[in-house]
Design a binder for this molecule. Sequence first.
Ligand SMILES: NC(=O)c1ccc[n+]([C@@H]2O[C@H](COP(=O)([O-])OP(=O)(O)OC[C@H]3O[C@@H](n4cnc5c(N)ncnc54)[C@H](O)[C@@H]3O)[C@@H](O)[C@H]2O)c1
Length: 387
Amino acid sequence: MSAEPFLPAPTPAPRFGVWLIGARGSVATTAIAGCAAVAAGLHPPTGMVTETADFTSCGLPSLSSLVFGGHDTLDCPLPKRAEHLADSGVLPHGLPSAVHAELVAADREIRPGGPPPGDTGRTQEQWIEVFAADIRDFVHRQGLAGAVVINVASTEPAPTDDALPPSSLYAAAALHAGCPYVNFTPSTGLHHPALAPLADSSGLPYAGRDGKTGQTLLRSVLGPMFVQRALAVRAWSGTNLLGGGDGAALADPAAAAAKNAGKERVLADTLGAAPEGEVHIDDVPALGDWKTAWDHIAFDGFLGARMVLQTTWQGCDSALAAPLVLDLARLTARARQQGLTGPLSGLGFYFKDPVGDGPSSLAEQYTELRRFAGRLRDGADDRGTHR
Ligand SMILES: NC(=O)c1ccc[n+]([C@@H]2O[C@H](COP(=O)([O-])OP(=O)(O)OC[C@H]3O[C@@H](n4cnc5c(N)ncnc54)[C@H](O)[C@@H]3O)[C@@H](O)[C@H]2O)c1
């Protein structure tokens, strides 16, 4: 009888953690459920730029290799959050039960967020250490090749004193735990002056702020059009109606002001100066996750002819945001693997208020993103230069 030939056990493919701050929110729940659905072939990856041809050979982690966890101050279990989203039509009917096991697995990895309002029980340093310990524990227990931390928690008002806001405590914790950090919200995060030395010395890549999914996406296309056609924009005004948790958070004028600062930056950058006009955000709870955004653009043509362009954007906010969160998780995990450090300006395509000195028009940002994909593929040549 001949002995079976010895075959070495196959090396398991590396798995990567995605640690979401605000892990039980609409965007996070849609990203977790959507990742499982696309990985299982239940839905096509519509809206995921990293699934298009330019990104196939960049060495990005596969969707099935992503493991989710995170922090949240809510304790509603993820499968229940997903059911609520399906009831309101954000997730397809039947999806929460099809990906129930993945939702339960991610829910087990969600740890209590903080700090509670008015907390005096822990110092800032203690909160940072608690959060960092949760992230390290996740990486070690799950045997992950690494993790990226992505902030998708409720928008905070801009800080008014020196104390670090919660988003900055989490950002510091991410870097302390050795993880790249992505801020998908307009909250301060790593943008706090007190964190600049840590960001510089950490040797980790980071990106943000505030995902560009609707009105600002359109502005980053239309702004350059007016400039290229030598048309004079006189005023650009916008109104948004939305509900859901984001609508409720943005009903606070200070949180809305933080959001609007990013929306206005794209006009100042693409037109050369901020035109007259404001952006308003109204909370309409009945609309849930469906946002309507109107823009009214007054402009002058040849011989001062006065004209107006109006646009109406009607989008499902979480369905627009979730594929971008998955893209950013994969791109940032790969950037870390390839040794890229500091602000990832090549990811400006995804943000309203991007880090670094990249272009502001969507077309140029897309060119930069493709160049960035080349760096992820070729690696070493561009290490350390991506600042
Ligand atoms: N198209 C989009 O949906 C879009 C685009 C750009 C940015 N964003 C931003 O993404 C964020 C999430 O949006 P959403 O619709 O999922 O909101 P949501 O209200 O559904 O979810 C936010 C989650 O953050 C949690 N949270 C609040 N404070 C926390 C803390 N200190 N620690 C941990 N968790 C905390 C909440 O409990 C909640 O579960 C918002 O800041 C929003 O502005 C969304």
